[in-house]
Design a binder for this molecule. Structure first.
Ligand SMILES: C[S@@+](CC[C@H](N)C(=O)[O-])C[C@H]1O[C@@H](n2cnc3c(N)ncnc32)[C@H](O)[C@@H]1O
Length: 182
């Protein structure tokens, strides 16, 4: 057991298969750093990978020294704009008591992400957000958070998997999101 999230392969494969990033890339909530490294290996100009969990940041620094990684509560330590911003978000309902819990429970972080993201996105920039329909109270709000942030979903990919916390099959969805046309 680590004190940061080791991702399931099928969840990371959803990124490997669908993510199309270029230029300057930010990964919010990098965890093990595997998605940030995938972006780096795909030849982007720069990847910054941040996490609120210091254990995740230490791991990324040691495992992927070519990636710039530091602690940040969402965009709190970010000072530039990006072409692509990625967030494999926590989606469960529960209380955060340990650093690992940040990987599991959405304590309002996804709503805050959409409120703040615009200021860190270049013109024509894209957001890539992975979420899940396991917890209806969170999931029903997702489109509202997107729209309130001034964004719209332009593409999405989904797969079904067993959700351990809810004891039934759930859908994990990767969204490509852009600023609303209106
Ligand atoms: C579902 S995990 C994803 C980890 C990794 N990117 C992956 O796909 O395996 C969510 C990550 O977001 C981080 N996180 C949660 N709240 C955050 C916040 N306010 N600011 C930055 N990172 C946060 C967690 O610590 C965790 O590493």
């Amino acid at each position: 057991m680590t004190n940061f999230l080791i991702a399931k392969e099928e969840r990371i494969n959803q990124f490997r298969e669908n993510l199309r990033v270029a230029g300057d890339v930010l990964e919010i909530g990098t965890g093990s750093g595997v998605i940030a490294d995938f972006c780096y290996q795909s030849g982007v100009d720069m990847v910054i990978a941040v996490d609120i969990n210091p254990h995740a940041v230490n791991h990324v620094r040691q495992t992927y020294p070519h990636i710039i990684s530091y602690e940040s509560d969402l965009f709190s330590e970010i000072t530039q704009k990006f072409d692509d911003i990625i967030f494999a978000a926590p989606w469960s309902i529960g209380k955060i008591e340990t650093p690992l819990d940040y990987a599991i429970y959405d304590d309002g972080v996804v709503e805050r992400f959409f409120q703040d993201a615009d200021a860190y996105l270049k013109t024509n920039g894209r957001l890539w957000v992975q979420y899940c329909d396991a917890f209806e109270d969170n999931f029903k709000n997702f489109p509202i958070w997107v729209s309130n942030g001034g964004f719209e979903v332009v593409d999405q990919w989904s797969y079904s998997t067993f959700g351990r916390l809810v004891g039934r099959n759930v859908n994990v969805i990767l969204y490509r999101i852009e600023r609303s046309a209106a």
